[in-house]
Write a new protein. Structure first.
Length: 56
């Protein structure tokens, strides 16, 4: 009588969650770029730097 052997996982089997998270982060990054968020962040950084120096 033949016994069933458990299936072994392939060494090169891809895991899906890391790719899904990467896709999510790329989509959120693109949404932020479309909404001009990098420009807003740079404006705020400039304001903070100038206020720390005492100019702004």
């Amino acid at each position: 009588m033949a016994t069933k052997r458990p299936k072994k996982k392939s060494r090169h089997q891809l895991r899906k969650p890391p790719f899904l998270f990467l896709l999510l982060f790329v989509m959120l990054g693109m949404a932020g770029i479309i909404a001009d968020e990098p420009l807003r962040v740079l404006e705020q950084a400039r304001q903070v730097c100038l206020s720390c120096i005492g100019i702004g």
